[in-house]
Design a protein around this ligand. Structure first.
Ligand code: SF4
Ligand code: SF4
Length: 383
């Protein structure tokens, strides 16, 4: 008897998430999303890492044109990612969060999209925990640019803060540098966290078009109609407006070749809400922490309202910073009119993977080892 590939896909997603909520509805949504024939191609892609398209061509029992059509559909629905690596077109499975993000971004008013929004919202709310047994965070915070760089401090709305010694500031700390260096093409897409919250009637007032994507991801999302191509100047306008609105920049947790910059709000973002719940394998703090000068502080509490992680409190008219909660975003530095905060390099720095591909390979290895350990011990670690 032929395998039930929708059941197999549910099981694959459960490796990452544990038991799926609303499993029957989830399966029905999958049946509307992809065909059995497309799923047969999906299962030719390895569970972890990527496979060259040429390998799929050899293994598929399909004419090449039909195979390409399946690959295109799987990619446009968010089940796989297709990109160029070492001059080859390669395919990689997307995890369930990636698939639902792409579904939520579709500009259609259908029960299927509404279901995926409800499903993704359960992840955002922490009702469903993504139990990927990895240590390396996918994303890393970049500070408000004007708190670490003179160039950021001199922009149209000036930021009156002391910036660190420029010799200590690296391109991996400065959002405009990372975008300028890595982005041959840039596009902007809706923030899928805020979009999800809007779709379930819990939206906040922050802008939607704030997810910047670059190069292969930009090309793919523009092709699928979920992103719009923009210039470097427009990208930087979005960055500055995000900072003024109190949003936190997040980039791929690597030295370069970033694929995206998210501008996250503490109310909707999966990264910030996961961090607030104590989950440390989704987002990494920036390379900076905050130094606080009590003599300058008037205990006005403005920085407490601005801090996205509730890392600050006032005790005896002095600010206390919970270092373990601080993401080094710099929003408290620009919020303070008294100049009582500044950014300083952390003493210990995590080693960054060179590229986004290295990062995802590293996370893939950790996931495989973690899953094997879970099977051996019968334990599922909830991060
Ligand atoms: S905003 Fe500045 S002055 Fe006000 S409480 Fe925070 S550190 Fe103190
Ligand atoms: S204390 Fe809060 S606002 Fe300040 S850098 Fe840390 S996380 Fe950001």
């Amino acid at each position: 008897m032929a395998k039930d590939l929708y059941e197999e896909l549910c099981k694959f997603y459960e490796v990452f998430m544990g038991p799926l909520p609303w499993r029957d509805e989830f399966r029905r949504a999958l049946e509307e999303t992809v065909t059995q024939e497309e799923l047969a191609v999906f299962f030719l892609v390895p569970m972890s890492g990527s496979a060259p398209l040429s390998k799929l061509e050899r293994r598929a029992r399909l004419p090449a044109t039909e195979l390409y059509a399946c690959v295109e559909r799987l990619a446009s629905e968010g089940l796989i990612m297709v990109y160029t690596h070492d001059g080859q077109t390669v395919c990689e499975r997307g995890n369930p969060a990636y698939m639902t993000e792409q579904q939520v971004r579709k500009a259609e008013d259908t029960p299927r999209r509404a279901f995926y929004a409800r499903f993704f919202n359960s992840i955002l709310n922490g009702e469903v925990s993504i139990a990927i047994p990895t240590k390396t965070p996918y994303y890393r915070v970049l500070p408000v640019e004007g708190t670490v760089s003179e160039s950021g401090a001199r922009r149209v709305i000036p930021v009156e803060v002391d910036v660190p010694d420029p010799r200590a500031v690296l391109p991996v700390d400065v959002v405009s540098e990372m975008i300028r260096r890595d982005a041959d093409s840039i596009a902007v897409a809706d923030c899928y966290c805020r979009l999800t919250k809007r779709l379930v009637g819990e939206g906040c007032g922050h802008a939607l078009q704030t997810c910047l994507v670059f190069n292969r991801v930009a090309e793919a999302l523009v092709d699928y109609g979920t992103a719009r191509r923009i210039s470097y100047d427009e990208a930087m306008r979005i960055i500055w407006e995000a900072e003024e609105a109190g949003l936190v920049h997040n980039v791929d947790n690597c030295e370069g070749e970033i694929t995206s910059v998210c501008n996250c709000c503490p109310c909707c973002s999966i990264l910030l809400t996961s961090w607030q719940r104590g989950m440390t394998n989704a987002d990494s703090p920036s390379r900076y922490r905050v130094a606080y000068e009590a003599d300058a502080c008037i205990a006005c509490e403005t920085c407490l309202e601005r801090c996205p992680t509730m890392a600050r409190s006032i005790v005896d008219e002095l600010v206390v910073i919970d270092e373990a909660r601080c993401l080094g975003c710099g929003l408290c530095v620009t919020a303070c009119r008294q100049g009582a905060n500044r950014m300083v390099l952390r003493d210990q720095q995590a080693r960054l993977p060179k590229t986004a591909e290295d990062l995802y390979r590293q996370i893939g290895r950790e996931a495989m080892i973690g899953i094997a350990l879970q099977k051996l011990t019968g334990l599922v670690r909830r991060s």
